[in-house]
Design a protein around this ligand. Structure first.
Ligand code: HEC
Ligand code: HEC
Ligand code: HEC
Ligand code: HEC
Ligand code: HEC
Ligand code: HEC
Length: 270
């Protein structure tokens, strides 16, 4: 391994010995001293001899076993997930599927009773609803999240209210009738709120360990080839646009897989 290699300023340790209690997956090859080397983590052959600016961190094999939707899933290949996981406050049901109130006050000032909801007007939160998720989540947790934080046009508002009435699902908006995180997301694990109520209608998946996950789409290759030329002309990398299919969804008020969620506000006809 090239010892003189200048790694990016913030980078994982290299050439360290594996602690006895750490399990390294078989396809993560250690060097002859049984220490971490570049090839333990990176699938790009000879990465230590490639100039930094020529390395594409979006390449599929940039990280072994990749691409990873969440970088932490890569970390958990070696580090123990249990010890390192952030507290997932959306887990609100215990093993008996009963509501555990431990995490309610991350958001609520007074914990409302799901059996007798007091009405949305009287709910009190730690922060304005539009900011409730920030701090733990980025303002831009995914593509389009920031562009969505806008006031609805009259047409969209009308369409949203129609869906709300027809399907009896609540899509809360911010104070200026703008889209906020909870317009699309329900922050309660399925089963906490009455699943038939407007506030509780959401995707019926309680598996928050898998969470939202993706699978590579068979069309991806074709899709990227098609876009490659145009993107190159625009000076952008084709990897910015991957065509992926949602494989599991959680904490969403309606499914996005088939576009139902999007059609609450958008109509694809025009
Ligand atoms: C324990 C795993 C691990 C080892 C060992 C490792 N890396 Fe990395 N490397 C990473 C991770 C994780 C990232 C950051 C990925 C991200 O933030 O998306 C990274 C990022 C990089 C990048 C940055 C690319 C960019 O443009 O941001 C380069 C270059 C790189 N590594 C080269 C090396 C080289 C050369 C070695 C061997 C000397 C090495 N790495 C060893 C895990 C590792
Ligand atoms: C191939 C296995 C492997 C992968 C993958 C890996 N690590 Fe490590 N990591 C190690 C080893 C080995 C050490 C050094 C021994 C130790 O400190 O536990 C280490 C040490 C660390 C340390 C220093 C621990 C301390 O107490 O100082 C941090 C922080 C860390 N890793 C974070 C990460 C993150 C974040 C990722 C994902 C981006 C990651 N690791 C991916 C193997 C790995
Ligand atoms: C991440 C933030 C967050 C956490 C944690 C949270 N809630 Fe909520 N809760 C909200 C938001 C936001 C609303 C209001 C949504 C709306 O405007 O309809 C709400 C509304 C409610 C309602 C009213 C439903 C209705 O029919 O109007 C009840 C009941 C409720 N929460 C119970 C709980 C309980 C019990 C817990 C803990 C087990 C909890 N919440 C944890 C954010 C949270
Ligand atoms: C106290 C911190 C905290 C708050 C507040 C919080 N979250 Fe989370 N949320 C988490 C953690 C931790 C996870 C687990 C996954 C991770 O580590 O990102 C998570 C997971 C999620 C996921 C699922 C992602 C997946 O693939 O597993 C969604 C969606 C989500 N949160 C939406 C929200 C929304 C919407 C709000 C605001 C109403 C909110 N969260 C408030 C900490 C928080
Ligand atoms: C227009 C609807 C919409 C809005 C607004 C929205 N989301 Fe999402 N969110 C989704 C959909 C759909 C997914 C799953 C597919 C995807 O990533 O595009 C998702 C995924 C997530 C995930 C999981 C990402 C991952 O890859 O694991 C988190 C965390 C999350 N959202 C948090 C938030 C937070 C925080 C906000 C507010 C800043 C927000 N979302 C605003 C629709 C929305
Ligand atoms: C609650 C209403 C609402 C929902 C639900 C919604 N959108 Fe939007 N969307 C908006 C608003 C408002 C804008 C910004 C104004 C505009 O472009 O008309 C927007 C803009 C967009 C844009 C153009 C801006 C950009 O980010 O490039 C795209 C693409 C988009 N939405 C896709 C989606 C998809 C995909 C879904 C379903 C996962 C979705 N939207 C769900 C309201 C919504």
């Amino acid at each position: 391994m090239a010892q003189e290699y200048k790694l990016p300023a913030v980078h994982h340790q290299v050439a360290v010995t594996i602690p006895a209690d750490m399990q390294i997956p078989e396809n993560f090859k250690l060097d002859k001293n049984k220490q971490l080397q570049c090839a333990t983590c990176h699938g790009i052959a000879d990465i230590e001899n490639i100039p930094l600016e020529e390395i594409d961190p979006q390449a599929t094999d940039f990280l072994n076993g990749g691409p990873y939707q969440k970088l932490t899933n890569f970390c958990y290949a070696c580090h123990d997930k249990q010890d390192n996981q952030k507290l997932n406050i959306h887990k609100m049901l215990n093993k008996q599927q009963q509501v555990n109130q431990d995490h309610c006050d991350f958001c609520h000032l007074e914990i409302p009773d799901p059996a007798e909801p007091p009405g949305k007007e009287v709910l009190k939160f730690r922060l304005p609803k539009a900011k409730l998720c920030w701090g733990c989540h980025l303002k831009t947790p995914h593509l389009n999240a920031i562009t969505h934080q806008q006031k609805l046009s009259d047409k969209m508002l009308e369409q949203l209210q129609k869906t709300q009435d027809q399907q009896q699902i609540r899509f809360p908006l911010g104070e200026d009738k703008q889209v906020i995180c909870i317009t699309c997301h329900n922050s309660h694990q399925y089963g906490v709120l009455d699943a038939d109520s407007e506030a509780g209608k959401q995707i019926a998946n309680t598996d928050l360990d898998t969470g939202i996950s993706y699978q590579p789409h068979a069309w991806n290759e074709v899709y990227q080839q098609d876009k490659q030329k145009r993107l190159e002309e625009a000076g952008r990398s084709v990897h910015e646009l991957t065509y992926q299919r949602l494989s599991t969804e959680v904490l969403l008020r309606l499914t996005a897989k088939d576009g139902s969620l999007c059609r609450v506000c958008h109509s694809f006809k025009d």
